[in-house]
Design a protein around this ligand. Structure first.
Ligand SMILES: *[C@@H]1O[C@H](CO)[C@@H](O)[C@H](O)[C@H]1NC(C)=O
Length: 496
């Protein structure tokens, strides 16, 4: 008992450190599909992206964050740093619980305690899990809930003592948060049904009674939040699968996960995982998590839109197999682990502290510099859409954040060859400034943009009363988009 509590305490500290250390920007969804929507629910301010205007997302995850924000508000703790960090802390703490649950799963599945601990260290040292765990990202919540759910999964079939409804309930919640995780649960569910002596009874006396109330409650939450009866899960499938809408966000070849996605997120952990899977049978745990992983990767490979973060839930499932490989190394085990951990610490520090940090440092600098002024800020971010955080981060310092629009033209309001606003700006910044921004630039006190676009449009800003008022802000050394630059520029309008 003492040792398990001590492990849990260590995991809590570990994930809390990540809340502090992870200061970089990863993907817009981290803010705009969760915390920003929550801010809108509680305060009525916050940008709702087009997915929310078309009822494609469930409010379940934002509603959880909204409860946290509302709580802070009631306790009069609604200052900007707390509004931003406490939801992150909540995600990280849940992840600590998930880590703990995963440790117990390793103990159950691996042949010896030593192997289980190797597998657990392989997972715990993953830079990508460290990088994602404290983010208000649906993938983070989905993964932590999946790991907690698996604690109640009957891997041992007939020898499993204990209730299985918690895994079904949590599994349904993960599907509501991210429908694609159903692929993992499909495999686990079929296994459970196959090994059940009474599969029909299992469905009617357990699965349905657990699932239906959850579906009804979440549908009610969504219908309340959208103001009309809505089942976002249905809309999501309809849009992404039937209409092929996910392709709007970029298309990758089918082999992208195998040659790029998985190596990037797993890095050196790939080696013990592959060795463990192919190595001697005596060390290899049940292949069930591996089959779930394969199903997940195959179907995701067939979907046109691919992202690294979609791989988060399968990292722990694969790490289960790494333990056996270390067991084979005997006296080199310690050194191999040290190398694996060191490499991951390096990547984690680089990606958390130096890579894509501008979207959070720039707003902080602007808020600091604005402190002596009266009133709230209106800021125009002339950069790829959703590349800086909104009200969920600035909280009460922000009056209005102008983003370049890049919503897909679902109602076909634009002509067939007409570009969206973001493409227009990045095509010829000066032209867009003259034609569009000159009509509205007096509404903003600050403009934020990447340096190279400022270079090309400097003349327009100087002749319209804008000047560079804060030293340029470091963004990143390794740029992931041609529309970014190493530095961000903050412009002030004369007199403000
Ligand atoms: C951008 O637009 C401006 C104004 O319309 C024009 O003078 C300039 O030549 C354009 N630049 C490029 C590179 O097309």
């Amino acid at each position: 008992m003492r040792t398990t509590l001590r492990l849990l305490a260590k995991l809590v500290v570990f994930r809390c450190i990540s809340v502090y250390l992870v200061a970089s920007w990863f993907v817009p969804d981290e803010v705009y599909q969760s915390a920003e929507v929550a801010h809108h629910l509680v305060y009525g301010t916050g940008h709702l992206s087009w997915e929310w205007r078309h009822s494609l997302r469930s409010f379940f995850h934002p509603a959880l964050i909204a409860v946290i924000i509302k709580f802070l508000d009631i306790l009069s703790l609604s200052s900007q740093p707390l509004i931003y960090h406490i939801p992150r802390l909540a995600h990280a703490l849940l992840f600590a619980l998930a880590d703990f649950s995963f440790y117990k799963i390793c103990l159950r599945l691996c042949k010896t305690k030593g192997i289980a601990e190797n597998s657990f260290v392989t997972y715990l040292s993953s830079w990508f899990v460290f990088y994602c765990a404290p983010r208000t990202l649906s993938n983070s919540l989905e993964t932590s809930l999946t790991l907690i759910a698996l604690n109640w999964f009957p891997f041992e079939t007939k020898n499993f003592k204990g209730p299985t409804w918690p895994y079904i309930a949590l599994g349904v919640l993960t599907i509501i948060i991210r429908p694609t995780v159903a692929l993992i649960w499909l495999v686990f569910g079929v296994y459970h049904l196959y090994h059940s002596p009474t599969p029909v009874r299992l469905i009617f006396q357990l699965v349905l009674p657990v699932t239906l109330p959850i579906l009804i409650v979440t549908t009610l939450i969504d219908s309340w939040a959208y103001g009309t009866p809505t089942i976002p899960l249905w809309n999501f499938l309809q849009f992404n699968v039937v209409q092929g809408g996910s392709a709007l966000f970029g298309v990758h070849p089918w082999y992208w996960y195998i040659v790029s996605g998985i190596p990037a997120v797993l890095t050196v952990q790939m080696i013990p995982i592959i060795v463990g899977l192919l190595g001697p049978n005596i060390f290899r745990p049940s292949l069930l998590p591996f089959f779930a992983t394969i199903t997940y990767i195959i179907v995701h490979s067939l979907l046109p839109h691919k992202e690294q973060r979609f791989l988060l839930p399968i990292i722990p499932l694969l790490c289960i197999y790494a333990g056996g490989a270390f067991q084979n190394l005997k006296k080199w085990r310690g050194s191999a682990m040290a190398v694996m951990i060191a490499i991951n610490i390096g990547i984690a520090l680089f990606t958390s502290r130096y890579h894509q940090v501008g979207p959070f440092t720039a707003p902080r600098r602007i808020m600091e510099e604005w402190r002596g002024h009266h009133g709230k800020l209106s800021v125009a971010a002339l950069m790829p859409c959703y590349s800086i955080p909104g009200h969920a981060f600035w909280h009460d310092h922000l009056d209005n954040l102008r983003l370049l629009d890049c919503s897909p033209d679902l109602e076909q309001l634009r002509g067939p060859t007409e570009l969206d606003e973001s493409d227009q700006f990045h095509g010829n910044a000066t032209k867009w400034l003259i034609e569009t921004f000159s009509l509205e630039h007096h509404k903003y006190q600050r403009v934020l943009m990447y340096e190279k676009y400022y270079e090309t449009s400097r003349r327009w800003f100087e002749s319209n009363g804008w000047y560079q008022c804060i030293e340029k802000i470091w963004h990143s050394i390794a740029l992931t988009s041609s529309r970014e630059d190493n530095y961000m520029i903050v412009l002030c309008r004369n007199g403000y």
